[in-house]
Design a binder for this molecule. Structure first.
Ligand code: OAD
Length: 247
């Protein structure tokens, strides 16, 4: 039995399924990943661009970086992997899609109730009154943007290094992982915690872990099945097997 067959067997038996995604799921949509050659963090001072200290030191520099990403993302569309992961909400009895991605492409593919453990690049939050709002404009009317309620500067609605993850979202994701029959881990290097810890929660609770990634992640040793290749090719083949069609 090949790896795709094994993965589909495991998923056929599963009632409660969690998909856990990282930047790699959006790679085939033209969104750069963070680590590795050509990654967003390659040669960039992460501490200046993705920490509260970096923002305090130079908010305009940080906003220029996020504005560039927002403008790039505005041109990107979901790929076949996003489509499959959205369709799975109708395939499994209980299905939770947890993403580290801030790009919104899962929702654009039709996914509902996505758990965003690292926030959203399409949300901005006031640095003074804390008010959050959806801001889809790319380019932004002004950089940095200002709060329509109190006039103070806003910040990107993403989680930076050294910050807490949104508690309710992380709780919901941890619960789903702890009760999963299977977890499909797609396109993440699994090195950023606590998000990566969700894979450990699922594995130690006995879930079957299926990794979809051209390369082994830091947690590949926890995987029961390793599907090595691009998610945009492998997930549609896996989905076809689940639907009973030849892959
Ligand atoms: P990384 O850039 O660390 O890892 C991307 C992963 O995607 C790698 O393991 C690649 O092998 C894999 N990959 C590349 N192309 C792929 C494809 N076509 N199909 C499937 N997999 C592919 O990105 P993340 O793991 O998402 O956090 O990074 C985790 C967090 O670190 C991000 O959420 C972000 C970043 O700093 C914050 O900003 C808080």
């Amino acid at each position: 039995m090949n790896e795709l067959d094994r993965a589909s067997e495991l998923l056929r038996r599963a009632r409660r399924v969690v998909a856990f995604t990282g930047a790699g799921v959006s790679a085939e949509s033209g969104v750069p990943t963070f680590r590795g050659a050509g990654g967003l963090w390659e040669g960039r001072p992460v501490e200046e661009l993705a920490t509260p200290q970096g923002f305090a030191a130079d908010p305009v520099r940080v906003w220029r970086f996020y504005e560039q990403r927002r403008c790039n993302l505005a041109r990107c569309r979901p790929n076949a992997a996003h489509d499959v992961l959205a369709r799975w909400q109708d395939r499994f009895a209980a299905y939770t899609l947890v993403t580290q991605n801030v790009d919104g492409l899962h929702e654009e593919a039709g996914a509902r109730h996505v758990l965003h453990v690292h926030g959203s690049i399409w949300t901005v939050r006031c640095t003074r009154c804390g008010r959050e709002r959806h801001e889809p404009a790319a380019p932004l009317p002004e950089v940095p943007p200002h709060c329509p309620a109190c006039g103070a500067m806003e910040r990107p609605g993403v989680v930076w290094f050294g910050e807490m993850l949104p508690e309710a979202v992380l709780d919901a994701a941890s619960q789903a992982a702890a009760h999963a029959d299977a977890m499909v881990v797609v396109g993440t290097s699994a090195v950023v915690y606590p998000a990566a810890g969700l894979v450990q929660i699922a594995a130690s609770a006995g879930a079957a872990v299926i990794e979809v990634n051209p390369e082994a992640s830091a947690l590949a040793h926890l995987a029961d099945v390793e599907l090595r290749g691009p998610a945009g090719e492998l997930l549609p083949r896996l989905d076809a097997l689940l639907a009973g069609a030849p892959a």
